[in-house]
Design a protein around this ligand. Sequence first.
Ligand code: TPP
Ligand code: MG
Length: 544
Amino acid sequence: MRGADALVRSLANAGVRHVFALSGNHIMSVFDAALDARLNLVHTRHEAAAVHMADAWARVTGEPGIALVTGGPGHANALSALYTAQMAESPVVLLSGHAPHDELRRGSFQELRQAEMAAPVTKSSWTCARAADVAADVARAVRIARSGRPGPVHVSLPTDVLESAVDASVVASVAAFAPESCAIATADAAAILGALRRALRPLILAGPASCTRVGRRRLAALESATGIPCVGMESPRGINDPCLGAFAEILAAADCILLVGKRLDFTLAFGAASAIDAKCAILQIDPEPAELERTRRAVADRAGASIVADAAAATDALAMLARPGPPKHNAWRDEARHAIAYRPPAWDRACSAERGKLHPVEVCRPLQRLLDRHPDSVLVCDGGEFGQWAQACLDAPHRVVNGVAGSIGAALPFALAARLAQPEAPVVALLGDGTFGFHMAEIDTALRYGLPFVAVVGNDARWNAEYQIQLRRYGARRLTGCELRPLRYDRLTAAFGGHGEQVTDAGDLLAAVERAHGSALPACVDGAIEGVAAPVVRRDAISA
Ligand SMILES: Cc1ncc(C[n+]2csc(CCOP(=O)(O)OP(=O)(O)O)c2C)c(N)n1
Ligand SMILES: [Mg+2]
Protein backbone atom coordinates (compact mmCIF):
# COMPACT_ATOMS: atom_id res chain seq x y z
CA MET A 1 0.00 0.00 0.00
CA ARG A 2 1.23 3.52 -0.87
CA GLY A 3 0.59 6.65 1.10
CA ALA A 4 -1.91 7.53 -1.65
CA ASP A 5 -3.82 4.29 -0.99
CA ALA A 6 -3.94 4.97 2.74
CA LEU A 7 -5.26 8.43 1.94
CA VAL A 8 -8.11 7.37 -0.36
CA ARG A 9 -9.09 4.38 1.78
CA SER A 10 -9.30 6.58 4.84
CA LEU A 11 -11.50 9.08 3.01
CA ALA A 12 -13.75 6.36 1.56
CA ASN A 13 -14.10 4.64 4.95
CA ALA A 14 -15.14 7.96 6.46
CA GLY A 15 -17.98 8.24 3.92
CA VAL A 16 -16.39 10.62 1.43
CA ARG A 17 -17.88 9.76 -1.96
CA HIS A 18 -16.64 12.52 -4.26
CA VAL A 19 -13.37 14.39 -4.52
CA PHE A 20 -13.25 17.50 -6.74
CA ALA A 21 -9.94 17.38 -8.50
CA LEU A 22 -7.65 18.64 -11.21
CA SER A 23 -4.81 16.32 -12.17
CA GLY A 24 -1.08 17.00 -12.15
CA ASN A 25 2.25 15.21 -11.85
CA HIS A 26 2.30 15.33 -8.06
CA ILE A 27 -1.04 13.65 -7.45
CA MET A 28 -1.35 10.96 -10.13
CA SER A 29 -0.74 8.31 -7.46
CA VAL A 30 -3.96 9.50 -5.78
CA PHE A 31 -5.87 9.22 -9.07
CA ASP A 32 -4.48 5.70 -9.40
CA ALA A 33 -5.37 4.79 -5.82
CA ALA A 34 -8.93 6.13 -6.20
CA LEU A 35 -9.58 3.46 -8.83
CA ASP A 36 -9.48 0.78 -6.14
CA ALA A 37 -11.40 2.71 -3.49
CA ARG A 38 -15.06 3.70 -3.62
CA LEU A 39 -14.09 7.24 -4.42
CA ASN A 40 -15.35 9.23 -7.41
CA LEU A 41 -13.05 11.92 -8.74
CA VAL A 42 -14.85 14.83 -10.42
CA HIS A 43 -12.15 16.10 -12.75
CA THR A 44 -12.67 19.83 -13.22
CA ARG A 45 -11.24 22.44 -15.61
CA HIS A 46 -9.80 24.87 -13.04
CA GLU A 47 -8.49 24.32 -9.52
CA ALA A 48 -10.55 27.17 -8.05
CA ALA A 49 -13.66 25.51 -9.52
CA ALA A 50 -12.70 22.26 -7.74
CA VAL A 51 -12.57 24.13 -4.40
CA HIS A 52 -15.85 25.95 -5.14
CA MET A 53 -17.46 22.56 -5.84
CA ALA A 54 -16.13 21.16 -2.57
CA ASP A 55 -17.55 24.26 -0.85
CA ALA A 56 -21.03 23.90 -2.37
CA TRP A 57 -21.01 20.15 -1.68
CA ALA A 58 -20.28 20.88 1.99
CA ARG A 59 -22.96 23.55 2.24
CA VAL A 60 -25.69 21.44 0.62
CA THR A 61 -24.89 18.07 2.23
CA GLY A 62 -23.37 19.13 5.55
CA GLU A 63 -20.53 16.70 4.81
CA PRO A 64 -16.94 17.89 4.37
CA GLY A 65 -16.03 18.91 0.80
CA ILE A 66 -12.70 17.57 -0.45
CA ALA A 67 -10.66 19.13 -3.26
CA LEU A 68 -7.47 17.65 -4.71
CA VAL A 69 -5.09 19.67 -6.88
CA THR A 70 -1.52 19.45 -8.00
CA GLY A 71 1.41 21.31 -6.50
CA GLY A 72 2.79 24.74 -7.35
CA PRO A 73 0.53 26.46 -9.88
CA GLY A 74 -2.38 24.08 -9.25
CA HIS A 75 -2.26 24.92 -5.58
CA ALA A 76 -1.92 28.64 -6.31
CA ASN A 77 -4.98 28.53 -8.57
CA ALA A 78 -7.03 26.90 -5.81
CA LEU A 79 -6.35 29.52 -3.15
CA SER A 80 -8.82 32.23 -4.17
CA ALA A 81 -11.72 29.82 -3.74
CA LEU A 82 -10.61 29.02 -0.19
CA TYR A 83 -11.39 32.63 0.72
CA THR A 84 -15.01 32.19 -0.36
CA ALA A 85 -15.26 28.97 1.69
CA GLN A 86 -13.59 30.60 4.68
CA MET A 87 -16.00 33.52 4.77
CA ALA A 88 -18.94 31.16 4.18
CA GLU A 89 -17.76 28.99 7.12
CA SER A 90 -17.79 25.95 4.88
CA PRO A 91 -15.90 22.79 5.93
CA VAL A 92 -13.59 22.27 2.95
CA VAL A 93 -10.31 20.37 2.85
CA LEU A 94 -7.82 21.22 0.11
CA LEU A 95 -5.27 18.48 -0.55
CA SER A 96 -2.44 19.69 -2.80
CA GLY A 97 0.37 17.67 -4.31
CA HIS A 98 3.80 18.99 -3.41
CA ALA A 99 7.43 18.60 -4.37
CA PRO A 100 9.14 15.68 -2.58
CA HIS A 101 10.85 16.35 0.75
CA ASP A 102 14.34 15.40 -0.45
CA GLU A 103 14.19 17.95 -3.30
CA LEU A 104 13.05 20.93 -1.24
CA ARG A 105 15.17 24.08 -1.41
CA ARG A 106 17.08 22.48 -4.30
CA GLY A 107 14.88 23.92 -7.05
CA SER A 108 12.40 21.06 -7.30
CA PHE A 109 9.75 21.10 -10.06
CA GLN A 110 6.87 23.39 -8.99
CA GLU A 111 8.39 23.83 -5.55
CA LEU A 112 6.43 26.45 -3.62
CA ARG A 113 5.86 27.30 0.05
CA GLN A 114 2.29 26.07 -0.26
CA ALA A 115 1.32 25.72 3.38
CA GLU A 116 2.42 29.29 4.08
CA MET A 117 0.43 30.55 1.08
CA ALA A 118 -2.75 28.83 2.23
CA ALA A 119 -2.41 29.80 5.90
CA PRO A 120 -4.35 33.12 5.77
CA VAL A 121 -7.34 31.52 4.05
CA THR A 122 -7.57 28.40 6.18
CA LYS A 123 -8.08 27.40 9.81
CA SER A 124 -4.94 25.31 9.62
CA SER A 125 -2.41 24.56 6.89
CA TRP A 126 0.56 22.20 6.90
CA THR A 127 2.75 19.84 4.87
CA CYS A 128 2.49 16.14 5.60
CA ALA A 129 5.83 14.99 7.04
CA ARG A 130 5.89 11.29 6.11
CA ALA A 131 3.86 8.57 4.42
CA ALA A 132 2.88 6.96 7.73
CA ASP A 133 1.12 10.22 8.72
CA VAL A 134 -0.88 10.89 5.58
CA ALA A 135 -4.09 9.17 6.68
CA ALA A 136 -4.02 10.67 10.16
CA ASP A 137 -3.29 14.08 8.63
CA VAL A 138 -6.29 14.00 6.30
CA ALA A 139 -8.53 12.86 9.15
CA ARG A 140 -7.21 15.69 11.31
CA ALA A 141 -7.82 18.15 8.46
CA VAL A 142 -11.46 17.07 8.18
CA ARG A 143 -11.84 17.19 11.95
CA ILE A 144 -10.51 20.74 12.15
CA ALA A 145 -12.63 21.86 9.17
CA ARG A 146 -15.79 20.65 10.93
CA SER A 147 -15.00 21.72 14.50
CA GLY A 148 -15.81 25.09 16.08
CA ARG A 149 -16.42 27.69 13.38
CA PRO A 150 -16.38 25.48 10.27
CA GLY A 151 -13.94 26.45 7.53
CA PRO A 152 -11.27 25.34 5.11
CA VAL A 153 -8.10 23.42 5.99
CA HIS A 154 -5.14 22.69 3.74
CA VAL A 155 -2.65 19.81 3.69
CA SER A 156 0.20 19.63 1.17
CA LEU A 157 1.14 16.09 0.19
CA PRO A 158 4.72 15.65 -1.06
CA THR A 159 5.12 13.02 -3.77
CA ASP A 160 7.37 10.89 -1.55
CA VAL A 161 4.61 10.84 1.08
CA LEU A 162 2.07 9.67 -1.51
CA GLU A 163 4.30 7.15 -3.26
CA SER A 164 6.17 5.49 -0.37
CA ALA A 165 5.02 2.16 1.01
CA VAL A 166 3.03 2.19 4.25
CA ASP A 167 1.49 -0.47 6.44
CA ALA A 168 -2.27 -0.96 6.03
CA SER A 169 -2.64 -0.26 9.75
CA VAL A 170 -2.12 3.48 9.12
CA VAL A 171 -5.57 3.82 7.48
CA ALA A 172 -7.46 6.30 9.67
CA SER A 173 -10.45 5.25 11.73
CA VAL A 174 -13.83 6.85 11.07
CA ALA A 175 -13.70 8.31 14.59
CA ALA A 176 -10.57 10.27 13.70
CA PHE A 177 -12.66 12.37 11.26
CA ALA A 178 -15.33 13.32 13.82
CA PRO A 179 -15.51 16.98 14.83
CA GLU A 180 -14.70 18.05 18.36
CA SER A 181 -17.52 19.80 20.13
CA CYS A 182 -17.61 22.61 22.65
CA ALA A 183 -21.01 22.69 24.35
CA ILE A 184 -22.50 25.61 26.21
CA ALA A 185 -22.90 25.13 29.97
CA THR A 186 -26.55 24.99 31.02
CA ALA A 187 -26.06 27.84 33.50
CA ASP A 188 -24.62 30.06 30.74
CA ALA A 189 -27.47 29.21 28.39
CA ALA A 190 -30.01 29.96 31.13
CA ALA A 191 -28.35 33.31 31.90
CA ILE A 192 -28.45 34.30 28.24
CA LEU A 193 -32.09 33.31 27.90
CA GLY A 194 -32.85 35.33 31.03
CA ALA A 195 -31.20 38.45 29.62
CA LEU A 196 -33.08 38.05 26.34
CA ARG A 197 -36.40 37.62 28.15
CA ARG A 198 -35.88 40.76 30.18
CA ALA A 199 -35.25 42.83 27.05
CA LEU A 200 -38.08 44.59 25.26
CA ARG A 201 -36.84 44.04 21.72
CA PRO A 202 -34.33 41.15 21.73
CA LEU A 203 -32.77 39.80 18.57
CA ILE A 204 -30.66 36.72 17.85
CA LEU A 205 -28.22 36.95 14.94
CA ALA A 206 -26.40 33.95 13.47
CA GLY A 207 -23.53 33.69 11.00
CA PRO A 208 -23.07 32.06 7.59
CA ALA A 209 -22.76 28.50 8.94
CA SER A 210 -26.35 28.88 10.19
CA CYS A 211 -27.60 29.78 6.71
CA THR A 212 -27.51 26.26 5.26
CA ARG A 213 -30.81 24.42 5.17
CA VAL A 214 -30.00 22.61 8.40
CA GLY A 215 -28.78 25.85 9.98
CA ARG A 216 -31.93 27.74 9.02
CA ARG A 217 -34.10 24.96 10.46
CA ARG A 218 -32.13 25.17 13.67
CA LEU A 219 -32.68 28.94 13.83
CA ALA A 220 -36.39 28.53 13.10
CA ALA A 221 -36.63 26.07 16.00
CA LEU A 222 -34.91 28.56 18.31
CA GLU A 223 -37.23 31.34 17.16
CA SER A 224 -40.31 29.26 17.80
CA ALA A 225 -39.03 28.10 21.22
CA THR A 226 -38.07 31.58 22.45
CA GLY A 227 -40.46 33.82 20.50
CA ILE A 228 -37.42 35.96 19.67
CA PRO A 229 -36.60 36.77 16.05
CA CYS A 230 -33.58 34.72 14.87
CA VAL A 231 -31.87 36.01 11.75
CA GLY A 232 -29.06 34.40 9.75
CA MET A 233 -26.69 36.77 7.96
CA GLU A 234 -24.49 35.63 5.06
CA SER A 235 -24.21 38.63 2.78
CA PRO A 236 -21.39 41.12 2.25
CA ARG A 237 -24.14 43.71 2.07
CA GLY A 238 -24.72 43.09 5.78
CA ILE A 239 -27.59 45.19 7.10
CA ASN A 240 -28.30 46.31 3.54
CA ASP A 241 -28.72 42.74 2.31
CA PRO A 242 -31.89 43.09 0.22
CA CYS A 243 -32.81 39.53 1.02
CA LEU A 244 -33.39 40.68 4.62
CA GLY A 245 -35.91 43.30 3.44
CA ALA A 246 -36.25 46.20 5.88
CA PHE A 247 -34.17 44.40 8.53
CA ALA A 248 -31.99 47.50 9.16
CA GLU A 249 -34.94 49.11 10.97
CA ILE A 250 -35.29 46.12 13.27
CA LEU A 251 -31.58 45.97 14.03
CA ALA A 252 -31.57 49.66 14.94
CA ALA A 253 -34.56 49.19 17.27
CA ALA A 254 -33.21 46.14 19.15
CA ASP A 255 -32.25 46.66 22.82
CA CYS A 256 -30.46 43.32 23.30
CA ILE A 257 -28.68 41.33 20.61
CA LEU A 258 -27.29 37.82 20.97
CA LEU A 259 -24.63 36.98 18.39
CA VAL A 260 -24.42 33.20 17.90
CA GLY A 261 -21.42 32.39 15.74
CA LYS A 262 -21.96 35.82 14.15
CA ARG A 263 -19.00 38.13 13.86
CA LEU A 264 -19.40 41.76 14.84
CA ASP A 265 -17.62 42.73 11.63
CA PHE A 266 -18.25 45.09 8.70
CA THR A 267 -21.60 43.36 8.02
CA LEU A 268 -22.85 44.89 11.30
CA ALA A 269 -20.97 48.16 10.85
CA PHE A 270 -18.66 46.89 13.65
CA GLY A 271 -21.51 47.61 16.08
CA ALA A 272 -21.53 51.35 15.36
CA ALA A 273 -24.48 53.46 16.46
CA SER A 274 -25.42 53.98 12.80
CA ALA A 275 -26.56 50.34 12.75
CA ILE A 276 -27.09 49.24 16.36
CA ASP A 277 -28.50 51.45 19.11
CA ALA A 278 -25.75 52.87 21.33
CA LYS A 279 -27.50 51.43 24.41
CA CYS A 280 -28.20 47.98 22.95
CA ALA A 281 -26.61 45.17 25.00
CA ILE A 282 -24.48 42.75 22.98
CA LEU A 283 -24.26 39.13 24.13
CA GLN A 284 -22.15 36.63 22.25
CA ILE A 285 -21.63 32.90 21.90
CA ASP A 286 -18.72 31.99 19.65
CA PRO A 287 -16.32 29.05 19.32
CA GLU A 288 -13.34 31.39 19.00
CA PRO A 289 -12.11 33.31 22.08
CA ALA A 290 -10.38 35.82 19.77
CA GLU A 291 -13.73 36.68 18.20
CA LEU A 292 -15.26 37.33 21.65
CA GLU A 293 -12.30 39.49 22.58
CA ARG A 294 -12.69 41.51 19.38
CA THR A 295 -16.34 42.18 20.19
CA ARG A 296 -15.50 43.22 23.74
CA ARG A 297 -13.02 45.73 22.37
CA ALA A 298 -15.53 47.07 19.85
CA VAL A 299 -18.48 47.50 22.23
CA ALA A 300 -16.80 47.48 25.63
CA ASP A 301 -19.44 49.53 27.42
CA ARG A 302 -22.40 47.38 26.41
CA ALA A 303 -20.89 43.88 26.09
CA GLY A 304 -22.86 41.35 28.10
CA ALA A 305 -22.30 37.60 28.43
CA SER A 306 -19.42 36.35 26.31
CA ILE A 307 -19.37 32.56 26.04
CA VAL A 308 -17.05 30.15 24.24
CA ALA A 309 -19.20 27.45 22.62
CA ASP A 310 -20.10 26.03 19.21
CA ALA A 311 -22.84 28.00 17.50
CA ALA A 312 -24.92 25.06 16.27
CA ALA A 313 -24.85 23.18 19.57
CA ALA A 314 -25.56 26.38 21.51
CA THR A 315 -28.52 27.18 19.24
CA ASP A 316 -29.98 23.74 19.99
CA ALA A 317 -29.26 24.05 23.70
CA LEU A 318 -30.99 27.44 23.91
CA ALA A 319 -34.01 26.06 22.07
CA MET A 320 -34.19 23.10 24.47
CA LEU A 321 -34.01 25.27 27.58
CA ALA A 322 -36.29 28.06 26.43
CA ARG A 323 -39.74 28.63 27.84
CA PRO A 324 -42.37 30.55 25.87
CA GLY A 325 -41.43 34.22 25.85
CA PRO A 326 -43.44 36.99 27.46
CA PRO A 327 -46.38 38.22 25.36
CA LYS A 328 -44.58 41.54 24.81
CA HIS A 329 -42.18 39.72 22.48
CA ASN A 330 -44.90 38.44 20.14
CA ALA A 331 -45.64 41.84 18.67
CA TRP A 332 -41.92 42.53 18.30
CA ARG A 333 -41.31 39.22 16.58
CA ASP A 334 -44.19 39.85 14.16
CA GLU A 335 -42.79 43.29 13.48
CA ALA A 336 -39.35 41.82 12.72
CA ARG A 337 -40.75 39.10 10.46
CA HIS A 338 -42.87 41.64 8.64
CA ALA A 339 -39.88 43.91 8.07
CA ILE A 340 -37.69 41.06 6.80
CA ALA A 341 -40.41 39.84 4.41
CA TYR A 342 -40.98 43.36 3.11
CA ARG A 343 -40.26 44.05 -0.54
CA PRO A 344 -41.24 47.35 -2.13
CA PRO A 345 -44.68 46.99 -3.78
CA ALA A 346 -43.27 48.75 -6.84
CA TRP A 347 -41.29 45.57 -7.59
CA ASP A 348 -44.51 43.84 -8.60
CA ARG A 349 -44.87 46.32 -11.45
CA ALA A 350 -41.15 46.47 -12.31
CA CYS A 351 -40.45 46.42 -16.01
CA SER A 352 -37.59 47.62 -18.12
CA ALA A 353 -37.62 51.02 -19.72
CA GLU A 354 -35.56 49.61 -22.61
CA ARG A 355 -37.22 47.66 -25.41
CA GLY A 356 -36.12 44.03 -25.73
CA LYS A 357 -34.72 44.09 -22.21
CA LEU A 358 -36.05 42.86 -18.90
CA HIS A 359 -35.90 44.31 -15.42
CA PRO A 360 -33.94 41.95 -13.08
CA VAL A 361 -37.15 41.37 -11.08
CA GLU A 362 -38.88 40.15 -14.25
CA VAL A 363 -36.13 37.58 -14.74
CA CYS A 364 -36.12 36.38 -11.13
CA ARG A 365 -39.74 36.27 -10.03
CA PRO A 366 -41.07 33.57 -12.42
CA LEU A 367 -38.38 31.15 -11.25
CA GLN A 368 -39.92 30.74 -7.80
CA ARG A 369 -42.50 28.37 -9.30
CA LEU A 370 -39.78 26.00 -10.45
CA LEU A 371 -37.95 26.20 -7.11
CA ASP A 372 -41.18 25.55 -5.18
CA ARG A 373 -41.75 22.31 -7.03
CA HIS A 374 -39.33 20.19 -5.01
CA PRO A 375 -38.48 19.99 -1.29
CA ASP A 376 -34.74 19.93 -2.03
CA SER A 377 -34.47 22.68 -4.68
CA VAL A 378 -31.22 24.59 -4.80
CA LEU A 379 -30.91 28.31 -5.50
CA VAL A 380 -27.43 29.56 -6.41
CA CYS A 381 -26.86 33.32 -6.59
CA ASP A 382 -23.68 35.03 -7.71
CA GLY A 383 -22.50 38.21 -9.35
CA GLY A 384 -22.84 41.88 -8.71
CA GLU A 385 -26.09 43.81 -8.97
CA PHE A 386 -28.05 41.01 -10.64
CA GLY A 387 -27.02 38.54 -7.93
CA GLN A 388 -28.45 40.93 -5.32
CA TRP A 389 -31.78 41.12 -7.12
CA ALA A 390 -31.86 37.33 -7.36
CA GLN A 391 -31.27 36.90 -3.64
CA ALA A 392 -33.92 39.47 -2.81
CA CYS A 393 -36.57 37.95 -5.08
CA LEU A 394 -36.11 34.19 -4.65
CA ASP A 395 -35.90 31.57 -1.96
CA ALA A 396 -35.36 27.82 -1.88
CA PRO A 397 -34.69 25.08 0.66
CA HIS A 398 -30.99 25.20 -0.24
CA ARG A 399 -29.41 28.59 -0.92
CA VAL A 400 -25.80 28.65 -2.03
CA VAL A 401 -24.69 32.26 -2.42
CA ASN A 402 -21.25 33.72 -2.96
CA GLY A 403 -21.50 35.04 0.58
CA VAL A 404 -19.64 37.31 2.96
CA ALA A 405 -16.45 36.99 0.86
CA GLY A 406 -18.21 39.09 -1.80
CA SER A 407 -16.22 37.09 -4.33
CA ILE A 408 -17.83 36.57 -7.72
CA GLY A 409 -17.41 33.66 -10.13
CA ALA A 410 -18.34 30.48 -8.26
CA ALA A 411 -21.91 30.01 -9.53
CA LEU A 412 -21.31 27.37 -12.21
CA PRO A 413 -19.09 25.15 -10.03
CA PHE A 414 -21.57 25.66 -7.17
CA ALA A 415 -24.46 24.54 -9.38
CA LEU A 416 -22.62 21.48 -10.63
CA ALA A 417 -21.77 20.30 -7.11
CA ALA A 418 -25.29 21.09 -5.91
CA ARG A 419 -26.63 18.78 -8.64
CA LEU A 420 -24.28 16.03 -7.48
CA ALA A 421 -25.65 16.51 -3.96
CA GLN A 422 -29.29 16.75 -5.07
CA PRO A 423 -29.78 14.46 -8.08
CA GLU A 424 -33.54 15.05 -8.41
CA ALA A 425 -34.28 18.65 -7.43
CA PRO A 426 -34.23 21.75 -9.62
CA VAL A 427 -30.85 23.48 -9.37
CA VAL A 428 -31.15 27.07 -10.57
CA ALA A 429 -28.16 29.41 -10.65
CA LEU A 430 -28.67 33.13 -11.22
CA LEU A 431 -25.56 35.05 -12.15
CA GLY A 432 -24.33 38.13 -13.95
CA ASP A 433 -22.75 38.04 -17.40
CA GLY A 434 -19.35 39.06 -16.06
CA THR A 435 -19.56 36.34 -13.47
CA PHE A 436 -20.42 33.69 -16.07
CA GLY A 437 -17.00 34.14 -17.67
CA PHE A 438 -14.99 33.05 -14.64
CA HIS A 439 -15.71 29.32 -14.76
CA MET A 440 -17.66 28.63 -17.96
CA ALA A 441 -15.39 25.70 -18.83
CA GLU A 442 -17.13 23.84 -16.01
CA ILE A 443 -20.08 23.41 -18.39
CA ASP A 444 -17.83 20.79 -19.95
CA THR A 445 -17.29 19.16 -16.55
CA ALA A 446 -21.07 19.13 -16.05
CA LEU A 447 -21.51 17.41 -19.40
CA ARG A 448 -18.79 14.82 -18.76
CA TYR A 449 -20.32 13.85 -15.43
CA GLY A 450 -24.00 14.21 -16.40
CA LEU A 451 -24.74 17.02 -13.94
CA PRO A 452 -27.44 19.26 -15.41
CA PHE A 453 -28.49 22.61 -13.95
CA VAL A 454 -30.14 25.77 -15.18
CA ALA A 455 -28.03 28.91 -15.23
CA VAL A 456 -30.02 32.11 -15.70
CA VAL A 457 -27.76 34.97 -16.75
CA GLY A 458 -28.84 38.54 -16.11
CA ASN A 459 -27.02 39.89 -19.13
CA ASP A 460 -26.51 43.66 -19.05
CA ALA A 461 -23.24 43.54 -21.02
CA ARG A 462 -21.52 45.19 -18.08
CA TRP A 463 -19.64 44.72 -14.86
CA ASN A 464 -22.59 46.63 -13.55
CA ALA A 465 -21.73 46.69 -9.85
CA GLU A 466 -18.52 48.56 -10.65
CA TYR A 467 -20.23 50.68 -13.31
CA GLN A 468 -22.72 51.76 -10.64
CA ILE A 469 -19.87 52.68 -8.28
CA GLN A 470 -18.34 54.86 -11.00
CA LEU A 471 -21.70 56.48 -11.62
CA ARG A 472 -22.30 57.22 -7.93
CA ARG A 473 -18.78 58.29 -7.02
CA TYR A 474 -17.36 59.91 -10.10
CA GLY A 475 -20.40 60.80 -12.21
CA ALA A 476 -21.80 59.86 -15.60
CA ARG A 477 -18.99 61.56 -17.48
CA ARG A 478 -16.33 59.43 -15.85
CA LEU A 479 -17.64 55.96 -16.65
CA THR A 480 -14.74 53.89 -17.84
CA GLY A 481 -13.91 50.32 -18.74
CA CYS A 482 -16.82 48.44 -17.17
CA GLU A 483 -18.60 47.62 -20.43
CA LEU A 484 -18.68 44.03 -21.67
CA ARG A 485 -19.74 42.85 -25.10
CA PRO A 486 -23.34 41.65 -25.38
CA LEU A 487 -22.13 38.06 -25.57
CA ARG A 488 -24.69 35.29 -25.98
CA TYR A 489 -24.04 33.01 -23.01
CA ASP A 490 -26.82 30.71 -24.20
CA ARG A 491 -24.93 30.13 -27.45
CA LEU A 492 -21.67 29.55 -25.59
CA THR A 493 -23.44 26.93 -23.49
CA ALA A 494 -24.85 25.29 -26.62
CA ALA A 495 -21.36 25.26 -28.16
CA PHE A 496 -20.16 23.24 -25.16
CA GLY A 497 -22.97 20.75 -25.88
CA GLY A 498 -25.46 22.12 -23.37
CA HIS A 499 -28.89 23.71 -23.85
CA GLY A 500 -29.16 27.44 -24.47
CA GLU A 501 -31.95 29.98 -25.03
CA GLN A 502 -32.11 33.74 -25.02
CA VAL A 503 -35.11 35.58 -23.57
CA THR A 504 -35.93 39.19 -24.33
CA ASP A 505 -39.60 39.16 -23.32
CA ALA A 506 -40.64 38.58 -19.70
CA GLY A 507 -43.59 36.45 -20.78
CA ASP A 508 -41.25 33.89 -22.36
CA LEU A 509 -39.02 33.38 -19.38
CA LEU A 510 -40.74 30.65 -17.41
CA ALA A 511 -41.31 28.48 -20.49
CA ALA A 512 -37.66 28.88 -21.49
CA VAL A 513 -36.50 27.91 -18.02
CA GLU A 514 -38.85 24.91 -18.03
CA ARG A 515 -37.37 23.75 -21.35
CA ALA A 516 -33.88 24.30 -19.96
CA HIS A 517 -34.72 22.24 -16.87
CA GLY A 518 -36.40 19.57 -19.00
CA SER A 519 -33.41 19.29 -21.34
CA ALA A 520 -31.49 17.38 -18.64
CA LEU A 521 -28.37 19.18 -19.86
CA PRO A 522 -26.34 21.94 -18.33
CA ALA A 523 -28.42 24.84 -19.59
CA CYS A 524 -28.23 28.58 -19.88
CA VAL A 525 -31.13 30.98 -20.24
CA ASP A 526 -29.65 34.31 -21.20
CA GLY A 527 -31.93 37.11 -20.04
CA ALA A 528 -31.14 40.43 -21.66
CA ILE A 529 -31.53 42.85 -18.78
CA GLU A 530 -31.41 46.53 -18.14
CA GLY A 531 -28.37 47.25 -15.97
CA VAL A 532 -30.01 48.70 -12.87
CA ALA A 533 -28.39 49.20 -9.47
CA ALA A 534 -28.87 46.57 -6.76
CA PRO A 535 -31.70 47.40 -4.38
CA VAL A 536 -31.40 48.91 -0.93
CA VAL A 537 -34.71 48.11 0.70
CA ARG A 538 -36.19 50.68 3.04
CA ARG A 539 -39.86 50.79 3.92
CA ASP A 540 -40.51 54.27 2.64
CA ALA A 541 -38.75 53.90 -0.73
CA ILE A 542 -36.23 51.93 -2.74
CA SER A 543 -33.01 53.79 -3.10
CA ALA A 544 -30.07 52.70 -5.17
C1 TPP B 1 -13.31 37.72 -7.47
C2 TPP B 1 -13.88 39.10 -7.58
N1 TPP B 1 -13.42 39.93 -8.53
C3 TPP B 1 -13.95 41.17 -8.66
C4 TPP B 1 -14.95 41.59 -7.83
C5 TPP B 1 -15.55 42.99 -7.98
N2 TPP B 1 -16.88 42.87 -8.57
C6 TPP B 1 -17.99 42.74 -7.81
S1 TPP B 1 -19.40 42.67 -8.68
C7 TPP B 1 -18.56 42.88 -10.14
C8 TPP B 1 -19.30 42.94 -11.44
C9 TPP B 1 -20.02 41.68 -11.74
O1 TPP B 1 -20.57 41.74 -13.04
P1 TPP B 1 -21.75 40.79 -13.44
O2 TPP B 1 -21.49 39.42 -13.03
O3 TPP B 1 -22.04 41.02 -14.87
O4 TPP B 1 -22.94 41.31 -12.52
P2 TPP B 1 -23.67 42.74 -12.61
O5 TPP B 1 -23.08 43.58 -11.52
O6 TPP B 1 -23.39 43.29 -13.97
O7 TPP B 1 -25.11 42.45 -12.39
C10 TPP B 1 -17.19 42.96 -9.92
C11 TPP B 1 -16.17 43.11 -10.97
C12 TPP B 1 -15.38 40.68 -6.85
N3 TPP B 1 -16.36 41.00 -5.99
N4 TPP B 1 -14.86 39.43 -6.77
MG1 MG C 1 -23.38 42.33 -15.77
